[in-house]
Write a protein that binds this ligand. Structure first.
Ligand code: SF4
Ligand code: SF4
Length: 68
């Protein structure tokens, strides 16, 4: 099973990772703000992550780590 994690403080809420996830399990967390004032991305269902790494590759700020 794959697992995706985020360095929340580095996220600028651009949504690029959200757009490329083939399982549509990433979304910006509107309930949280990081210290930069952005809503950080979050994974709504880790069990559906297939470990494709599309999100990590797309992120311009290396926020995302995918483990298999
Ligand atoms: S590794 Fe793939 S399936 Fe998992 S969250 Fe990232 S884009 Fe989505
Ligand atoms: S692509 Fe990177 S910076 Fe943009 S929302 Fe996703 S994790 Fe945050």
């Amino acid at each position: 099973m794959a697992r995706v994690s985020f360095q929340d403080e580095l996220c600028k809420g651009c949504g690029l990772c959200v757009a490329v996830c083939p399982k549509s399990i990433l979304q910006l967390d509107n309930d949280r703000l990081n210290s930069k004032g952005y809503h950080p991305v979050t994974c709504i269902d880790q069990s559906r992550c297939i470990g494709c790494t599309f999100c990590a590759v797309q992120c311009p700020d290396s926020v995302i780590t995918v483990e298999k």
